[in-house]
Design a protein around this ligand. Structure first.
Ligand SMILES: Nc1ncnc2c1ncn2[C@@H]1O[C@H](COP(=O)(O)OP(=O)(O)OP(=O)(O)O)[C@@H](O)[C@H]1O
Ligand SMILES: CC(C)(CO)[C@@H](O)C(=O)[O-]
Ligand code: BAL
Length: 292
């Protein structure tokens, strides 16, 4: 199956006129198996699937990798079609933010630590573009990866607060055999560097294992992850934290499906993020509600 390329909000509206149940997968492109999993899920649940590929300048800070962010639209079109999407929306920056554009959406506390502190303004940029894309596509369901856990929390909060008529579906992280979370930014790494970057997921698993053995003190949980990170000299840690569903760290981890261990680190000049549930048998996406 091949997907049809659309470039403007007007083209999207025209193409979706009278469409039934629409599933939407927003992305920044350079698609991989994680994106394909989101698209396949949308295809299984919705009659029409739209994928967007837009490298959103408003969510990049100064000094971040906006200009070198990987792009390959021809390959993205193939991946999108193979995974069962009907449309690929690929707007220009001017189509999304025409002259005179002035609005920013800011979601509040859940946009703060940990990721929002390391990337000030990042979640305002994400919320703004996601709301705009939802207004253009008007999907029944929109699919987001759990890999960007705090982003998922920000989007859920925004949709709840603003009564956006969409069901938000969180999809578990797809990983390489080594445990490394698939990510477009992995393309900056060599095969050997990717192998070494799997230490991040091993650190998260160590924290999980420690919790499963009965430890609840966050200081000790963190330390078990830090011990694993110490085995890899390439890690420059940004944060390793255990948070509840509101992105708040407590001295004791609460035994709740939304309690999550989050990591961000720079390895070989590339900033990588990952996270895992503290109690993996729980099903956070199912318990977070909000799907229709
Ligand atoms: N490994 C993965 N498993 C499941 N979903 C993923 C995975 N990686 C990304 N996603 C999801 O795909 C959507 C689009 O993400 P995006 O295009 O930024 O890809 P990315 O790989 O996260 O890129 P980056 O390397 O810039 O972080 C987001 O909802 C994101 O959470
Ligand atoms: C949700 C998103 C497409 C908004 O630009 C982006 O943050 C991403 O790809 O995760
Ligand atoms: N998937 C996260 C998008 C970003 O890093 O800007």
């Amino acid at each position: 199956m091949s997907a049809r390329l659309l470039h403007t909000p007007d083209e999207v509206r025209a193409a979706l006129e009278g469409a039934g149940r629409v599933g939407f997968v927003p992305t920044m492109g350079y698609l991989h198996g994680g994106h394909a999993t989101l698209i396949r899920r949308a295809h299984a649940e919705c009659g029409v699937v739209v994928v967007s590929v837009f490298v959103n300048p408003r969510q990049f800070g100064t000094g971040e990798d906006l200009s070198r962010y990987p792009r390959d639209l021809a390959r993205d079109l193939e991946v999108v079609g193979e995974a069962g999407a009907d449309f690929l929306f690929h707007p220009s920056v001017a189509a999304m933010y025409p002259d005179g554009y002035a609005t920013t959406v800011s979601v509040g506390r859940v946009s703060g630590p940990p990721e929002g502190t390391s990337r000030p303004g990042h979640f305002d940029g994400v919320a703004t573009v996601v709301l705009k894309l939802l207004n253009v596509v008007r999907p029944h369901r929109a699919y987001f990866g759990e890999k960007d856990w705090q982003q998922l929390a920000v989007v859920r909060q925004m949709v709840r607060d603003l009564d956006v008529p969409v069901g938000i579906v969180g999809v578990p992280t797809v990983r390489e055999a080594s445990g490394l979370a698939l990510s477009s930014r992995n393309s900056y790494l060599s095969a050997e560097q990717r192998e070494r970057a799997a230490v991040l997921s091993r650190a998260l698993r160590a924290v999980q294992d420690t919790a499963l053995r009965g430890e609840r003190e966050v200081k000790r949980l963190r330390q078990s992850g830090l011990d694993v990170l110490a085995t890899e000299p390439g890690v420059q840690l940004d944060y390793l934290t255990v948070v509840d569903g509101n992105m708040t760290e407590h001295p004791q981890a609460t035994e709740d499906a939304l309690t999550r261990v989050l990591i961000a680190a720079r390895m070989f000049g590339v900033r990588l993020i990952d996270n895992m549930p503290l109690w993996p048998e729980s099903t956070p996406s199912a318990t977070m509600g909000g799907t229709r």
